[in-house]
Ligand binder design. Structure first.
Ligand code: BMA
Length: 338
């Protein structure tokens, strides 16, 4: 079992699975294939000058170090995205000011707000996709080469859709046509008590079609709505897709996450989907914050040499945390728990 088309990341943030002497805790720990960084949260809510919260943020390898685009809600509670850099993927310097995009054509409408960015390197540049305020939440798209200048393209999806994730490469069809691809989740203008993951393709990242249904909510932790998390990771066993699921409890929504395996050339086909979550809100920084009970995965680093994976996730819509796992253990766990 291997990561394909991935990067060698010898400096991936990493900590071994903790040895837990309490036998009850050890049982829980060994049953789940991922564990939290002991120094979570890694990004405090007030890291930038005027931030109310920094969460649901994207990170990629960049020039031997790391760069990212961070959801920074400010102290007026305006939602926007700011660029940041890090030598080790753990300690970050994030710009105090949000990204100012250069429009790739003058018709591109202004954004009322931006949040929940994902970043992925495709071909020659880093593409950003985010929830963009334009008559409600829709999907904004842009790119950068250097994390200094950012360019905004046409919105990828019309309202209402707030959860978009691009694939790192074009997907081939039986007829030989290869298109850019994304997962997204059509929604409503509010807090959306429903939501399935949908797959779409585009020849040019402007016009999107060939929509396919991928997954609907099922039981338990993923019973209200589901949405793709980090950009899918290509493995010999299929695309590894981390995704969040929502349960409606007496106390409101609870956001947990897990991972599924998807067909490499027809990514709307599910190979295996687990019944349990991998991570759910249970630490204090996940249980308490601006929105309690939220663990929301947005970015993944993966080292193709060791199979190590580090996931960046938003905690209680307030701070950012890291969890670690190994690709073979995660895939074995998915196959054993479907
Ligand atoms: C979703 C998005 C996320 C947020 C989550 C929990 O609908 O708005 O940004 O983390 O709700 O509040």
């Amino acid at each position: 079992m291997k990561i394909i088309n991935g990067y060698s990341l010898p400096n991936i943030p990493w900590e071994e699975r903790p040895h837990i002497s309490d036998p009850n805790k050890e049982r829980v720990s060994l049953e789940t294939p991922m564990w939290r960084y002991s120094k979570n949260p890694i990004i405090p809510r007030d890291l930038t000058l005027r931030s109310n919260s920094i969460f649901n943020s994207a990170v990629v390898p960049f020039k031997g170090e790391f760069a990212g685009v961070f959801r920074c809600d400010d102290t007026s509670r305006h939602m926007d995205i700011n660029a940041g850099r890090s030598k080790d993927g753990i300690n970050w310097v994030i710009d105090d000011k949000p990204i100012t995009f250069i429009k790739t054509n003058s018709d591109i409408p202004d954004s009322d707000y931006k949040y929940d960015p994902r970043v992925i390197f495709i071909e020659d540049r880093y593409y950003l996709i985010w929830c963009n305020g334009y008559h409600g939440p829709c999907l904004g798209l842009g790119y950068t080469y250097d994390f200094e200048k950012f360019y905004q393209m046409e919105n990828a999806m019309m309202p209402f859709n707030r959860n978009g994730v691009l694939f790192p490469r074009k997907i081939g069809q039986a007829n030989g046509v290869r298109n850019y691809a994304m997962y997204s989740r059509p929604s409503d203008s509010g807090h959306t008590p429903f939501g399935d993951i949908i797959y779409s393709e585009s020849p040019d990242l402007i016009y999107w079609g060939k929509h396919r249904h991928v997954m609907a909510p099922s039981g338990g932790w993923q019973s209200t709505k589901i949405g793709a998390g980090p950009c899918p990771i290509e493995t010999t066993e299929g695309w590894l897709l981390f995704y969040h699921g929502v349960l409606t409890s007496c106390n409101g929504f609870v956001y947990s996450f897990s991972a599924a395996l998807m067909d490499l050339e027809k990514p709307w086909k599910v190979i295996a989907r687990p019944r349990p979550y991998i991570i759910n809100p249970r630490e204090i920084y996940e249980l308490a914050g601006d929105v309690p009970n939220v663990t929301f995965p947005v970015a993944a680093l993966a080292d193709k040499d060791t199979g190590r994976i580090a996931i960046y996730y938003g905690c209680a819509d307030t701070v950012t945390g890291l969890v670690f796992g190994k690709i073979d253990e995660i895939v074995d766990w998915i196959l054993a728990n479907r």
